[in-house]
Design a protein around this ligand. Sequence first.
Ligand code: ADP
Ligand code: MG
Length: 269
Amino acid sequence: MTVDPFPPHPLHTPGIAAATADLTKVYGRGDTQVVALDRVSIGFREGEFTAIMGPSGCGKSTLMHCAAGLDSPSSGSVRIGTTELGTLGDRQLTRLRRDRIGFIFQAFNLLPTLTALENITLPLTLAGRRPERQWLDRVVSMVGLAQRLDHRPAQLSGGQQQRVAVARALVSRPAIVFGDEPTGNLDSRAGAEVLGFLRDSVRELGQTVVMVTHDPVAAGYADRVVFLSDGRLVDEMAHPTPDRVLDLMLRFSGGSPQTPACDARSRTS
Ligand SMILES: Nc1ncnc2c1ncn2[C@@H]1O[C@H](COP(=O)(O)OP(=O)(O)O)[C@@H](O)[C@H]1O
Ligand SMILES: [Mg+2]
């Protein structure tokens, strides 16, 4: 008999890792009111790599922040596994984020005084947990950092720093990993490496990953792409390729992938 060295997380529920139902987010009020998300209902299946795409300002980050419990909905609901986030108090929410969600940001957000290893294990340290040695070794070797564990962020390239961030997101074996433009600050080679590691984490480790991107090449690493426009889900694509993604982006934007489709509102990215 073979024994799985990495049995499912005890809070694991089969099927859907996270879901939103009629998620609406309104910023401001009156003349300056912005409906950033308009009744978005979406599920993220376990063991699947989803890319969220859409023009700048159309609600991608807001969707990710609400789905990850970093921001609260104006109406509608969000669940991680079977837990409705709206039922949690602040401390429970903080704990859920720490224990069940991994984050990767565009700016790597590493602590400069800690080594790569200390950065990777920080979520566990904060939770008072010890790393599972086998799992840690597997994650570290997957992202190719075994020889760099005692380096500080300043001694690492941007690509290596983001690999530390990927390992940090995976180390607690979260229910879901969210990345907001995780390759936005990387050159194409380092970006491709990080995207490859994210895909490996889905294929080899069974991780669930949701990534915001505006790059069709990055979206091509995903199993599924969902398209947001003006705060609404407008389309989705299974088994995307960069060509097909670009084609759909061109159709949404009326010719140019750079043209925001929701230009009634001001925005940066
Ligand atoms: N904290 C905020 N206060 C007011 N408006 C916001 C805030 N965050 C985002 N918005 C607005 O909500 C809309 C969606 O923003 P965002 O989710 O950041 O879009 P994206 O990530 O797709 O570029 C934009 O019009 C943006 O200006
Ligand atoms: Mg954004």
